[in-house]
Ligand binder design. Structure first.
Ligand code: S3P
Length: 437
């Protein structure tokens, strides 16, 4: 754990690309590993979560070469993975655990998935139950958490409606469906990120009046592919907020992923009256991308009410949206977002705690929060070891002026190791006490 001081900020000027999207990088690596031939993933995500996925795949016998920007994966084909000689450590990464579980459910050997303290608290029944129905032997703790022992088997196709909107559960079951006899059909009533479907074009997608129906036929083979992963929109979100909040800032983020299932934040910012523009928008790629441009204009944001329909599309952006909520004219209310309590930490609690530390007025609900218009003051920020809480409150601290302290600046490396450098912050280890400037 590395504490650091966040000082009041002068204008932020950024004009560059971002490391590749984390969700796409996980999926590209896993899909390439069970594909045929060598696949190349360029502009890979650089964070620790994707490293967890790559390490697990190596343990399963997959040859992987990585450089600072690229991953080369020698696919083993659908049935070429080997039993790992010890448990597979998914670190902090829910995507690693849940997506790999889908693949491992169809293997003729036993695997054990484990994770760090945070991941070992996160719910796994949501994948354990449907995977058991497909025929896999799944053991989890009494609390429904990791470690998970998976006794792979010949699976049978499944028809399943997602209870909670979750791209991880959807992807887990689609991957398991590739190992099943017959068809596997997943219904989602609220659309979630569709990166898995985009990388596996043989998944059939039907748009129904009440949601999406996705169908995969067992036994399809995956051809080698070459993908340049667009910049991570969820990382961009923090820098977009810096451009909105910090006077005289100008931000241009090039070639950022603009998959519509991920960019709900842009819709919300438009409603809030923030000036964010998209240039060089490329839509005819596997994953759409473009440049995001934000210039500080000092205008007060409009208040907003966000609930069920939009939540899945902004789920990882809620911590930074809550920070922006303090700068609105009538407040920001977020409801139907109890999934936030199941993330790397209980994010509702973490947001409420830190906003209150910074002097904001916030109401907490079981399924969300209401952030009142508030002035922020410097404070001692507690990250709860959660990368997105750390990044959201680094931006809040910069906007607040003075000097705030962050109890753990290193956890940003889970998704965005270069985050502090993009903001021109050289983390210092001085101390945790509040200083004033
Ligand atoms: C992710 C899906 C989301 C998101 C997470 C990444 C993915 O989780 O919060 O950061 O890559 O599929 P859920 O599927 O649990 O909503």
């Amino acid at each position: 754990m590395r504490p650091s001081d966040i000082h009041c900020s002068s204008a932020i000027h950024i004009d560059r690309e971002l490391p590749g999207d984390k969700s796409i990088s996980h999926r590209a690596a896993i899909i390439a590993a069970i594909g045929d031939g060598e696949s190349v993933i360029q502009n890979r995500a650089t964070g620790a979560d994707v490293v967890s996925t790559l390490q697990c795949l190596s343990q399963l016998g997959v040859e992987i070469e990585t450089s600072a920007t690229e991953i080369r994966v020698k696919g083993k084909g659908l049935n070429g993975l080997q039993k790992a000689d010890r448990h597979l450590d998914c670190g902090n990464s829910g995507t690693t655990a849940r997506l790999l579980a889908g693949v491992l459910a169809g293997q003729p050997f036993e695997s054990v998935l484990a994770g760090d303290e945070s991941l070992s608290r996160r719910p796994m029944r949501r994948i354990a139950h449907p995977l058991r129905r497909m025929g896999a032997g799944i053991q989890i703790s009494e609390d429904g958490t990791l470690p998970m022992t998976i006794s792979g088997s010949v699976l049978k196709g499944l028809s399943h409606t997602l209870e909670a909107a979750s791209a991880q559960v959807k992807s887990c079951l689609l991957l398991a469906g590739m190992y099943a006899q017959g068809e596997t059909t997943i219904f989602e009533t609220i659309p979630t990120r569709d990166h898995t479907e985009r990388l596996l074009p043989f998944i059939r997608k039907e748009f129904l009046p009440d949601g999406h129906k996705l169908t995969v036929q067992g036994g399809c083979s995956i051809l080698p592919f070459n993908i340049t992963v667009p910049g991570d929109f969820s990382s961009a979100a923090f820098l977009i907020a810096a451009g909105i909040l910090i006077p005289d800032s100008h931000i241009r983020l090039r070639r950022v992923g603009l998959n519509p299932t991920r960019t709900g934040l842009l819709d919300v910012l438009e409603k809030m009256g923030a000036q964010v523009t998209i240039e060089n928008h490329v839509v005819d790629a596997i994953e759409p991308f473009g440049d995001i441009v934000v210039s500080y204009n000092g205008e007060t944001l409009h208040g907003c009410f966000l609930d069920e329909k939009i939540i899945a599309g902004i789920i990882d952006e809620i911590p930074i949206l809550a920070v922006l909520g303090t700068q609105t004219d009538s407040g920001l209310e977020i409801r139907n977002a109890s999934e936030l309590r199941n993330k790397e930490c209980d994010r509702i609690r973490a947001i409420v705690y830190n906003l209150r530390q910074m002097g904001a007025e916030v109401d907490e609900f079981e399924d969300g929060l209401f952030v009142h218009p508030s002035n922020l003051r410097p404070a001692a920020i507690k990250t709860f070891g959660d990368h997105r809480i750390a990044m959201a409150f680094t931006i809040a601290a910069m906007a607040a002026g003075g000097v705030s302290t962050l109890d753990d600046s290193e956890c940003v490396a889970i998704s965005f190791p270069g985050f502090m450098k993009y903001l021109g912050i050289e983390p210092t280890d001085r101390h945790r006490e509040l200083l004033s400037c």
